[in-house]
Design a protein around this ligand. Structure first.
Ligand SMILES: Cc1ncc(COP(=O)(O)O)c(C=O)c1O
Length: 374
């Protein structure tokens, strides 16, 4: 029986992963500069991560939120500590889209309003409201289009103020570095200015850190480049290093009410242990700082390639832009050089989203292969 055929796929069947490499069913070794959509943060099957999850599974794999789970409190505390946040409260779910869905819903509960402002070229997931705030008509069904969403360009204060003046905006959701959209970033002044609107219009600021969080940008959260206090921060992907986990971090100025959010699987014991193991690795190996060093190394080599027109992004959330469609080049990298990279909605851009455990020599291997392929 065939699966429901919705994915464009490479003809590769990975069966094993180790750090920055994956191995297919013929034991071919691939350098993973994509991390399965920026998910692999501390490396494939990292030893302590596997051990911790295995031990937890032997004791208790799952119980629902009908009982207390101190692992969630421990995780909330550790994220606040590593990200240097001031007592944000964690609500856990299972994916990035779910995190966005809960963030939008919570902001609407909190403000009593329903319109959302999102940005051109955004990607926030595929569930009902998450896809509605995603700037891609092709993946929005009539059902999704029922949500009340306005898209504006980054840095367009004038338009933002016109929309906010209408008085019905519940939240502004943004990516500090657009992932799927092709690594564009808003100006610092523009994001810093959101603070003013937050107070003036009682609107929630939602920082979507699903892709950029957990050190990928070189800071724990990419929004920390700016001077703002989001009302809600969405997290997933690197948070679990492949274990399906997501969540929202809620500013203490928003108060919970019993029953307004909920999930069966969210915050289960295995997910908590997976994420705690990620955090242990990030801290122990000083990964945020290393991501910045590797960014410089990468950008320095990339700048020597005449064919690369632009290097975009921050930390280990990077893109290289050419003046041609890169799909053939990416296929060559996979089939001839055994290197995975990512695509984006910008057809001329290759996305580089490696495990954060990557080393300089892996980038040397990549640029060597790129040189031969061009
Ligand atoms: C910024 C951002 N938000 C949300 C999502 C949705 O996450 P998920 O695919 O886990 O639902 C993604 C996925 O790429 C993302 O990049």
């Amino acid at each position: 029986m065939k699966t429901f055929d919705v994915y464009n796929q490479f003809d590769v069947v990975p069966v094993k992963g180790k750090d920055v490499y994956i191995y297919d069913d013929f034991n071919n070794k691939y350098l993973d500069l994509y991390g399965g959509h920026a998910v692999i943060s501390i490396g494939h099957s990292e030893k302590k991560y596997v051990k911790n999850i295995t031990n937890q599974l032997k004791n208790l794999g799952f119980y629902s939120n009908a009982v207390r789970n101190p692992l969630q409190d421990e995780l909330s505390k550790e994220i606040n500590s590593q990200a240097d946040l001031d007592n944000y409260k964690l609500f856990m779910c299972n994916s990035g889209a779910e995190a966005v869905e809960n963030a939008l819903k919570l902001s609407s509960f909190n403000t009593g309003k329903k319109r959302i402002i999102a940005f051109k070229n955004s990607f926030h997931g595929r569930t009902s409201a998450a896809v509605a705030v995603t700037d891609n008509k092709y993946i929005n069904s009539e059902l999704n289009k029922q949500h009340n969403v306005s898209f504006i360009e980054f840095n367009d204060n004038k338009k933002l103020e016109i929309e906010l003046d209408k008085g019905d905006v519940s939240a502004i959701i943004f990516e500090s570095i657009q992932g799927v959209g092709g690594l564009d970033q808003p100006d610092e002044d523009f994001i810093n200015g959101l603070d003013y609107y937050q107070k003036k219009y009682q609107v929630s600021i939602i920082a979507d850190e699903v892709q950029s969080g957990f050190c990928r940008s070189g800071q724990f959260f990419a929004f920390q480049k700016f001077n703002i206090q989001p009302d809600i921060i969405t997290i997933a992907k690197g948070m679990g290093n492949g274990f399906p986990v997501g969540g929202i971090l809620v500013n203490p100025n928003i108060h919970p009410q019993k029953g307004i959010l909920g999930t069966t699987y969210g915050g289960n014991h295995l997910a908590c242990v997976a994420s705690l193991s990620v955090l242990e690795f990030l801290k122990k190996n000083n990964i945020c700082k290393k991501a910045i060093e590797l960014e410089s190394y990468f950008k320095n080599i990339a700048s020597k390639f005449n064919s690369i027109k632009k290097v975009k992004g921050r930390g280990l959330m990077l893109g290289i832009e050419f003046d041609f469609d890169v799909s053939e080049l990416r296929s060559k990298l996979v089939y001839e050089h055994k290197i995975f990279t990512g695509s984006s909605s910008n057809k001329n851009l290759i996305r580089i989203l490696p495990p954060l455990s990557i080393k300089k020599n892996h980038f040397d291997i990549f640029f060597n292969a790129l040189n031969k392929s061009l």
